[in-house]
Design a protein around this ligand. Structure first.
Ligand code: SF4
Length: 350
């Protein structure tokens, strides 16, 4: 039987200390290793120059690889967006995206290889879930992109392939490591996690009181319509979801973002905007929220069309007249495989 390798890059300082002392080393080695992994972000144990040779050899032999294999990168000529395809050690593939904004670079990462949530507008779900990513596989997407571009990553969004809260423990550890003061030290405020609405996990995440942003894929403010797009809405109906969001706000004080993909002829009418405004006005206790309107990306094999610009503008207007904070998400990298999961699918089919 093949021996399981130790996933050293997913470990927190306490676990690392236990590991190195178990190898008969002094505990300060753990701090040095953490620094190499998460501050200097090396991709090979040989680069850990202040460690003794024999320790480097032991780590190389017993630990899992530190880096994902980059298979390809597509670069948008329109806006400089870079879309990466990485291969995991077991041959699964994931995507990550670097988006350049005026306020800095944002990296969008995947949290699972595939997804089992089945959202109707999503290319990532069409082959189901292979597995959740480890914390180190999530971190490495951020580290590699930052290193390759040589530019600072100012925010991270966990909005690529997968449902992060369906990989809950890994996501929590990823958050702790990404924002650790001895590592990359990203501010929790600059981290956003997107969920299709897993109510128990939203409540569980609230208990951690991280100051990250929760983005909930709403896409319809009427239960019957929402369940047509998002199958988990059957399990977690809108009233329960909104209660969980309210709870998240109460525990963390963080404004919740509601993502709303606009699909022509389905959820873009005046009545849909009214329903959304009504739903959000029903939130109690001055809960702060924000709506992100996303003209839907066409997905091969799925018949969704983007609404006309004027329809998008009218929808936004209607919400604003109701006092709701709303933005239209600028589409990045439209000239490369736009919707998340499409690049991975194309490679899987090749
Ligand atoms: S939208 Fe997100 S949660 Fe839904 S199927 Fe796609 S990756 Fe999964």
């Amino acid at each position: 039987m093949k021996e399981e390798k130790y996933d050293i890059k997913s470990r927190n300082p306490a676990e690392l200390t236990e590991f190195v002392t178990g190898l008969g080393e002094k505990s300060f080695r753990a701090k040095q290793i953490f620094d190499w992994l998460h501050a200097k972000q090396v991709s090979d144990f040989e680069e850990m120059k202040n460690l003794p040779k024999n320790l480097i050899q032991t780590l190389s032999r017993t630990c899992a690889p530190l880096s994902l294999k980059q298979e390809t990168v597509q670069i948008s000529e329109q806006d400089g967006t870079r879309k990466y395809l990485f291969m995991l050690p077991d041959g699964n593939r994931i995507e990550s995206v670097l988006m350049r904004y005026r306020h800095g670079n944002a990296v969008c990462i995947s949290s699972q290889a595939g997804c089992r949530m089945g959202c109707r507008f999503c290319a990532s779900t069409q082959e189901g879930l292979a597995r959740g990513l480890t914390p180190s596989e999530m971190l490495d997407q951020v580290y590699q992109i930052g290193k390759e571009t040589g530019e600072r990553v100012s925010s991270v969004v966990v909005m690529g392939i997968g449902e992060p809260l369906d990989n809950f423990d890994s996501f929590v550890r990823f958050t702790e490591l990404l924002t650790h003061e001895d590592g990359l030290h990203l501010s929790q405020r600059n981290l956003t996690v997107s969920t299709c609405g897993l109510v128990p996990e939203i409540r569980k995440l609230a208990e951690y009181r991280f100051s990250l942003t929760l983005a909930v894929s709403l896409h319809a403010a009427v239960q019957e319509k929402r369940r047509q797009l998002i199958p988990v809405a059957d399990r977690y109906p809108l009233p329960e979801l909104m209660e969980a969001c309210q709870y998240y706000f109460e525990q963390t004080g963080r404004r919740v973002t509601f993502e709303y993909s606009l699909i022509a002829g389905f959820n873009d009418a005046e009545a849909d905007a009214d329903a959304l405004a009504g739903l959000l006005r029903g939130l109690r206790g001055g809960m702060r929220c924000h709506v992100n309107l996303i003209p839907v990306n066409p997905v091969r094999g799925r018949a969704f069309r983007q609404p006309h610009r004027a329809v998008v503008a009218a929808f936004k207007n209607k919400l604003e007249k109701n006092g709701i904070n709303v933005t239209i998400r600028r589409e990045m990298g439209r000239d490369i495989d736009g919707a998340c999961g499409q690049l991975r699918r194309r490679y899987a089919q090749a």
